[in-house]
Design a protein around this ligand. Sequence first.
Ligand code: NAD
Length: 349
Amino acid sequence: MSVFDHKEFDDHEHVAFFNDKASGLQAIIAVHNTNLGPSLGGCRMWAYQNSDEALNDVLRLSRGMTYKAAMADLKLGGGKSVIIGNPRKDKSAEKMRAMGQFVDSLGGKYITAEDSGIAVADIQLMAENTAYVGGVEAKYRYDGGPADGNPAPSTAYGVFVGLEASVRHKFGSDLRGVRVAIQGLGHVGYRLAEHLHQQGAKLYVTDIFPESLEKASQNLGANVVAPDEIFALDVDVFSPCALGAAVNTSSLMQLKAGVIAGAANNQLAEEAYGEILRDKGILYAPDYVINAGGVIDIYHQRMLSTADAMRAHIEKIGDTLEQIFVRSESDRLATNLVANKMAEERFNR
Ligand code: NAD
């Protein structure tokens, strides 16, 4: 296993490996870039087959966080950490405390938070040994309501604001009567559906579990469709809020929507599909720009901030997307590639 000539190595500033014999913790932290501020990124626990797979993940994900933070106008850089092990079988309080020591050893260059396999309770154990944690103490909620530490309401609000900006750009209209197909009614997707319903959008929804579908049908008047029917619907907006790679060779052939704007990470199965969407006249809101509400939330929870400041910051997602769309047209470049360029201009400045 090599680091400097690894295919995912991208001039990362710091890659640290940690082996705590007493607890059995094996973990890696990657700090990609700190030009804009200390790096922030979740800690993922996963049953990686080997340490190379873990290294691959941490290098790739930490780089993505640099781009996300830059486009969200945060004074943060990009980092990520991974713990090697099955979160259901291999997790222990000792390992989480040891992870806190590991995070602390970087002296604030990396701030950790939740990710797959790591819950708030795990971060609280890490916090016994380090102050460099986010997402444990919730003081504010973007709408002034009681904060519970779940970033999904902020993410959903950001996606809503971004979807509204995308519709305005593409169709020159507000959301009244706009037909939106939402794939995945989980923590983010259901809340997004509520916002859209309030603004008069017509909803089409799918999920692999029925509970939230019934709720959306009853409370929001949503039309429920089967998971494989969501792509080909005659709608204005397709909103991927389930897993990655919703835009793939199969869905590209079926999509009729004029806008793609959703919460899921890594929506394009290949970066090159951005140009295909542009050729087809489909306006794509780059995933890491539109879904940044959660990371903006974590940032404000750590600062001496207010609910109003958090909300205003999330609402900037709409302006940022508009800048991307305008530049995509003037530079004749796909929106995902424009976003990458703009992020690089910001963090390389
Ligand atoms: P979630 O797990 O609560 O919801 C995902 C939903 O998608 C679930 O209800 C699941 O049943 C459904 N689903 C899975 N496969 C499906 C399929 N093939 N067809 C239809 N539905 C399917 O997750 P979430 O927190 O709502 O996040 C949604 C997406 O947004 C994820 O990709 C996540 O990485 C991304 N995201 C979330 C946040 C956040 O704050 N929660 C922040 C940034 C990005």
